[in-house]
Ligand binder design. Structure first.
Ligand code: GRF
Length: 345
C-alpha cells in the first residue's frame, strides 16, 4: 500500500507564463545630472519601474551641418506598453535636448520582474502632475500670457508641457526655460516658409500630444490644415472685445473708434483670423486720456487673469468645445461671473 501523501496540486511549469512583455525606452542625455533628474522624475511619477544609466556611450551625428562626436549617457527605462505614450510625452518635456532620440524596444521580462514593473507603473495616481490635462503654448515674443499660464498651472489643474516658438530669440524661450519648462524653437526664418515652420511645430505637437494648444501671442496666421489637425483644442487670446477689432493694433483702433469699453477675448480658433467661437471675455472702461500703450497695459493685466482661468475650466471640462460650439457648465458660469468675466449665453 502506498501511504505517502498525495502530491501537492500545482500547475505544471509549462502552464505558467514564464515571461511578460514590456517595453524598454532608450534615450541619451549629455550629463549625469540630467540622467539622475530624468530617472527620478520617471520613477517618482510611476511612469516606469526602473531606470538604469549606462555610461559612457559615444554618439556621432550631424547637427547644424557639422558632424560631431560627443560622450553621452544612455538611459534604459523599463516600463509597460500601456505607459509608453505617457513616458514619451513626459520625456520630451523634461529632456535637455531639443530633438531627443526616444526609442521604444519591445522586451520580454521574466514573469516576476514583469509583474513588479506593472505594479510600479499602474494605476496612475490621479494627483500626480503627469495625469493633469496638458497644455502646449505657442508664443512668438515677450510671452507675458505664456508666463501667466505657467504660473497658474497648479492652481487651475493643468500642466504646461512645452512652450513652442517660431522665434529663437523670443524672450519667452529664456523665461520659460528658467521655469523648468520644455521649450522648442522652430524659427520662421530657418524654416524657409511659414508652411514649413508650421509643419515643424505640428510635428513637435504630435510628439507632445497636448490636450490643449494655447496661442499666447503667436504671431502667425495658422494654415487651414494646421487648424484642422488640432481642431477643438486650439485656444487663442486676443486683445479686443471680439468681434470688434480683429487683427493687429487693437488698442489704437479702439481709441480711434471712440469705444468706451475695450478688453480681451479668449476664443476657439477656426480657419478665420480671430473669428472662432468666443469662450470668455473681460471688459474694462476706456479713459479719455488713454494712450494706446496705457490701455494695452490695463487690458494685459486682465488677460493674465482670464487666460489661465479659461484654460483651467477647459482642463476641468467645465467648458467644452463640441462641434465648434462652446458648452459652458453652471460651475464655470458661476466661477467666471465671480471673477467678472463675460461668458456667451
Ligand atoms: C497679447 O496682448 C495677446 O492678447 C495677443 O498678443 C499679446 C501677446 O503678449 N495675442 P504677450 O507676449 O503674452 O506678453
Amino acid at each position: 500500500m502506498n501511504d505517502s501523501p498525495p502530491p501537492l496540486s500545482r500547475p505544471s511549469p509549462a502552464s505558467l507564463p514564464s515571461s511578460s512583455s514590456g517595453i524598454i525606452v532608450l534615450t541619451t542625455v549629455p550629463s549625469e545630472s540630467d540622467a539622475d533628474r530624468i530617472a527620478t522624475i520617471l520613477v517618482a511619477e510611476r511612469l516606469c519601474g526602473c531606470v538604469s544609466v549606462v555610461s559612457p556611450v559615444r554618439s556621432t551625428y550631424r547637427w547644424e551641418g557639422t558632424v560631431t562626436t560627443e560622450p553621452e549617457l544612455q538611459l534604459e527605462i523599463k516600463t509597460t506598453r500601456a505607459a509608453l505614450p505617457s513616458v514619451r510625452r513626459r520625456l520630451i518635456e523634461i529632456h535637455p535636448y531639443e530633438l531627443p532620440a526616444i526609442i521604444a524596444v519591445p522586451a520580454e521580462y521574466g514573469a516576476a520582474f514583469g509583474r513588479w514593473v506593472e505594479g510600479e507603473v499602474a494605476p496612475y495616481p490621479h494627483d500626480v502632475p503627469v495625469c493633469r490635462p496638458s497644455v502646449a503654448i505657442l508664443a512668438s515674443g515677450r510671452g507675458s500670457n505664456a508666463l501667466s499660464l505657467i504660473e497658474h498651472q497648479h492652481h487651475e489643474g493643468y500642466r504646461v508641457a512645452a512652450v513652442i516658438s517660431d522665434n529663437a530669440e523670443a524672450p519667452i524661450i529664456t523665461a520659460a526655460r528658467a521655469q523648468g519648462i520644455h521649450t522648442v524653437a522652430h524659427p520662421r526664418t530657418a524654416s524657409g516658409t511659414t508652411h514649413r515652420c508650421q509643419e515643424r511645430i505640428a510635428d513637435t505637437l504630435r510628439d507632445i500630444a497636448p490636450d490643449i494648444v494655447a496661442l499666447a501671442g503667436f504671431m502667425q496666421i495658422l494654415k487651414p490644415w494646421f487648424v484642422d489637425m488640432f481642431a477643438g483644442r486650439l485656444i487663442n487670446i486676443h486683445p479686443s472685445l471680439l468681434p470688434k477689432h480683429p487683427g493687429l493694433d487693437t488698442h489704437r483702433r479702439a481709441l480711434e473708434a471712440g469705444d468706451t469699453e475695450h478688453g480681451a477675448t479668449v476664443h476657439l480658433v477656426d480657419r478665420g483670423v480671430d473669428t472662432g467661437p468666443i469662450i470668455a471675455q473681460v471688459s474694462i472702461p476706456c479713459v479719455s486720456s488713454d494712450t494706446p500703450e496705457e490701455l494695452a497695459a490695463r487690458v494685459l493685466a486682465h488677460e493674465h487673469r482670464l487666460f489661465p482661468w479659461v484654460i483651467g475650466a477647459i482642463a476641468r471640462k467645465e467648458i467644452q468645445a463640441e462641434d465648434n460650439r462652446i458648452v459652458i457648465s453652471a460651475e464655470a458660469r458661476q466661477g467666471g461671473a465671480a471673477l467678472g468675466f463675460l461668458l456667451p449665453e
